[in-house]
Design a protein around this ligand. Structure first.
Ligand code: PMP
Length: 384
């Protein structure tokens, strides 16, 4: 058999409780959904504001498709850059308080493109150890010298910067850490950038739409504004659709258009998506009740899970990880919830460090108090 080595690898993964499998959904993305033919209450998605199946966005997508067709037909630089893309870029830049923005097809591609375009062989990248996988891949692709600092440890980062002889220095961090839910110390990181003439790339995938005034994201949350900051966020989480953007100084955006390979060599997203995203941006801005609801649900969940053998990690965001430890234990807990009609994913290494397998509970503004109480009760039953 030509693929025997692959079979062996998959068997090892299975033995270690690390085999990944997909689940087939037969209903729209929502907190109540049909998966593998069964109804579930879901705490799995990143649809934090509950917009993924909002009828207004569906209608906007239909309008967009009727006016612009379904495909862009080419990359942005060839003939795939349409007015809705441009309009969305202008609106996103204004929303996050940056001069310009550039759309990418996904956040993964945005991160690969930015890091590869901005730094190379003689440069240094300084990255938080718990950054998202796409940022880690981006650093390797860039060929810059990579140094990883301990999670949110500004003093460790300062030491690395002091020793560095790299030409350009780029500090990279998630704003809201995707598997922990905690926030990066952005003001301190920016101060270090100023001290060491470095640039700061912030990945606000989980902050955009959720934190900051009107959901404007992590920079607004901390009241930060600096040309040194290169802001990136995804549009497949709180914005409910898909895509991503980078917002920065015009010179950075022009550099990306000219150098970011994941921007240049890929088909532009459908202009209909941009029409729907403009509608989503408006909802994010005006429907503050969605963020208020999230805060209420976070309080209810945290108050309800204090007396369990597993501890909630410290987080004030809709990402509420319940630390379990062992891989198999996390899988069993997730299976136990699934048997009770509740979906919560078990997150295991290498996505998180060894010994810190966890249930990643994601809350959505579409959850009700009763939904959260159902999860709390099920976890108490499983703890007995
Ligand atoms: N950055 C972070 C922090 C993420 O969590 C994700 C998605 N899981 C991405 C980037 C990638 O974004 P996308 O899903 O749009 O590719």
């Amino acid at each position: 058999m030509p693929f025997t080595p692959l079979n062996l690898e998959l068997e090892t993964r299975t033995e270690q409780g690390l085999l990944r499998r997909r689940r087939l959904l037969d209903s729209p993305q929502d907190v109540h959904l049909l998966a593998d033919g069964k109804p579930y209450l879901s705490f799995c998605s990143n649809d934090y504001l509950g917009l993924a199946s909002d009828p207004r966005l569906t209608a906007a997508m239909q309008r967009g498709a009727a006016e612009w067709g379904v495909g862009s037909g080419a990359s942005h630089l060839v003939s795939g850059h349409f007015s809705p893309h441009h309009e969305l870029e202008v609106a996103l830049a204004k929303f996050v308080g940056k001069p310009e923005a550039l759309l990418f097809s996904t956040g993964y591609l945005a991160n690969l493109g930015v890091v590869q375009a901005l730094v190379g062989r003689d440069d240094g990248v300084f990255a938080d150890k718990l950054n998202h996988a796409s940022l880690n891949d981006a650093m390797l692709l860039s060929r810059a010298e990579v140094q990883r600092y301990r999670h949110n440890d500004v003093e460790h980062l300062a030491l690395l910067l002091e020793k560095s002889t790299s030409k350009r220095k780029l500090i990279i961090t998630d704003t809201v850490f995707s598997m922990d839910g905690d926030l990066a110390p952005l003001p301190e990181l920016l101060a270090l950038c100023e001290q060491h003439d470095a640039w700061l790339l912030v990945d606000d995938a989980h902050g955009f739409g959720v934190v900051g005034d009107q959901g404007r994201g992590a920079l607004s949350n901390f009241g930060l504004s600096s040309p040194r900051i290169i802001y990136m966020a995804t549009l497949g989480k709180a914005a409910g659709i898909s895509g991503a953007f980078v917002a920065a100084e015009p010179v950075v955006i022009d550099t990306l258009v000219n150098q970011a390979r994941s921007y240049i060599y890929t088909t532009a997203s459908s202009p209909a998506l941009s029409v729907a995203l403009l509608e989503s941006l408006n909802i994010i801005r005006v429907e503050g009740w969605r963020r208020e609801r999230l805060q209420e649900l976070i309080q209810i969940l945290r108050a309800g899970l204090t007396e369990l053998p597993w501890k909630l990690m410290s987080s004030a965001t809709p990402i509420q990880p319940l630390l379990v430890g062992g891989n198999q234990d996390a899988v069993e807990l997730s299976d136990g919830l699934r048997a009770r009609g509740i979906l919560v994913p078990a997150i295991r290494p290498p996505t998180v460090p060894q010994g810190t397998a966890r249930l990643r509970i994601s809350l959505s503004a579409a959850h009700t108090e009763a939904d959260v109480n159902q999860l709390i009760e099920a976890l108490h039953e499983l703890a007995c």
